[in-house]
Write a new protein. Structure first.
Length: 427
């Protein structure tokens, strides 16, 4: 049954709820495992999504020997291991520590950093953000105050192209045309050499503001302060830290993530629904020279400096044969989903199976689809999209979220009706 429903905003996600809570942040990490229906879950922070080939192989081995054999990419370029035994925490921590994936046990959940994955590889960015990434991670791990950040707080390092700048991070650095860095909150330009320190200052200002106003805010958007006041506080702290800056409007322009294929000196592939089998992961490690870059769009970028065009084509074909998306026209690029049943007790449906069943419908739409097993909509994307939410009594509710348009909502009884439902709300 396809039924029109009154326009109504979906409940806000856990990442954007008002800061009224009676518990602390329970976001999982490498040391704090989450009990899911399919076993314990570990979320391993990978700042900038950058893994050495050795680290990638260590994670693959951990997934095979401790988990369900798969590696799950998140919308922040991190990795989740699922199906872990409850008692494996100490063993997993030892494995991660030995691989350099746990530089600070006190900061492991706050190392949430996304970075332009093609930075330094295709010539489109204004500067390579790798120095910022290295410095920010070191500064975070050295900051006692940063331990107070929630596991949901996010930094974005954008090389000027506007890709990760559009992901709704709490603190954003964006390369400017004159070789500097634009910082938000603060809305100021700082020198490139001061960028990582300025980003940490902005995060520490957030913590101070949350404490002084007696809130339990996890994200900057949850502070009961106007944006202009947060900017003022950041600027004042920059002065105190003797970090030179000047007010500057936000740079314009937003870009998408890397398309599949050969892009500059890199190969780019998309991972359907963010789940990599052990074989796919090993194939990525095999074609990689030195590192993998996991993207916030559940893709992987493999730098290929020093290879020939023929070698790149052969490697891309190998990854495609393993089931990774190498075609920029694939409808999988327009589909995302939470874990759903049977992995999550709160889910009302196996939304991953439903998304695969309705894949053709996604390819014909102007907006991407995100399937959620319940109202929490874990991992749903920032920006324009269609929410497909499983209902407790069966069926799905579809709501189109697009800037400048009134939200339209319909219901569909099963995945076979998704195409008609999409036509009703996006026409």
């Amino acid at each position: 049954m396809l039924t029109a429903m009154p326009s109504a905003a979906l409940p806000p996600s856990p990442q954007a709820t008002p800061a009224s809570r009676d518990r602390g942040d329970a976001c999982p990490g490498s040391l704090r495992l989450h009990a899911a229906d399919d076993g314990a879950l570990a979320r391993i922070r990978v700042p900038g999504g950058v893994l050495t080939t050795r680290q990638a192989r260590v994670l693959g081995q951990a997934a095979r020997e401790l988990g369900d054999g798969s590696l799950h990419l998140t919308s922040r370029g991190n990795v989740q291991l699922r199906g872990l035994p409850d008692e494996c925490g100490a063993e997993l921590a030892e494995v991660l520590d030995a691989a350099g994936l746990l530089p600070s046990r006190e900061h492991e959940r706050v190392r949430n950093v996304v970075a332009s994955p093609l930075s330094g590889l295709d010539g489109d960015g204004r500067q390579d953000v790798r120095p910022w990434l290295t410095a920010l991670d070191a500064d975070l791990c050295a900051s006692r105050a940063a331990r107070g950040l929630s596991g949901r707080f996010l930094f974005a390092l954008d090389d000027g192209r506007g890709d990760v700048a559009g992901l709704g991070a709490d603190v954003t650095l964006r390369a400017t045309a004159d070789g500097g860095a634009w910082l938000a909150p603060g809305a100021v330009r700082v020198a490139a050499g001061d960028a990582s320190r300025a980003a940490l200052v902005a995060a520490e200002v957030f913590l101070e503001a949350a404490r002084s106003h007696g809130t339990k805010a996890w994200r900057v958007s949850e502070l009961a302060l106007p944006e202009s006041e947060i900017d003022r506080l950041v600027r004042s702290r920059l002065v105190a830290e003797q970090i030179g800056h000047e007010e500057q409007p936000e740079p314009v322009g937003v870009a998408d993530g890397p398309p599949p294929g050969v892009v500059g000196a890199a190969l780019s592939v998309h991972v359907p629904l963010g789940r990599l089998s052990a074989h796919q992961w090993e194939e990525l490690a095999h074609v990689s020279g030195t590192e993998l870059r996991l993207t916030p769009w559940r893709g992987v970028v493999v730098p290929t400096s020093g290879t020939t065009a023929a070698q790149d084509a052969e490697s891309l074909a190998r990854l495609g044969a393993a089931g990774l998306v190498t075609d920029p026209a694939s409808p999988w690029l327009r589909v995302g989903a939470c874990i759903g049943r049977p992995g999550c007790a709160k889910a009302h449906a196996d939304v991953r199976a439903a998304a695969a069943q309705a894949l053709d419908a996604a390819g014909s739409q102007s907006l991407p689809l995100y399937w959620s097993g319940c109202e929490r909509r874990c991992g749903h994307p920032h920006g324009n999209h269609v929410d497909v939410v499983a209902m407790p009594g069966g069926g799905y509710r579809l709501s189109a979220t697009a800037a400048g348009q009134n939200e339209r909502t319909v219901s569909a009884g099963d995945p076979s009706q998704i195409h008609a439902a999409l036509a009703a709300i996006t026409s």
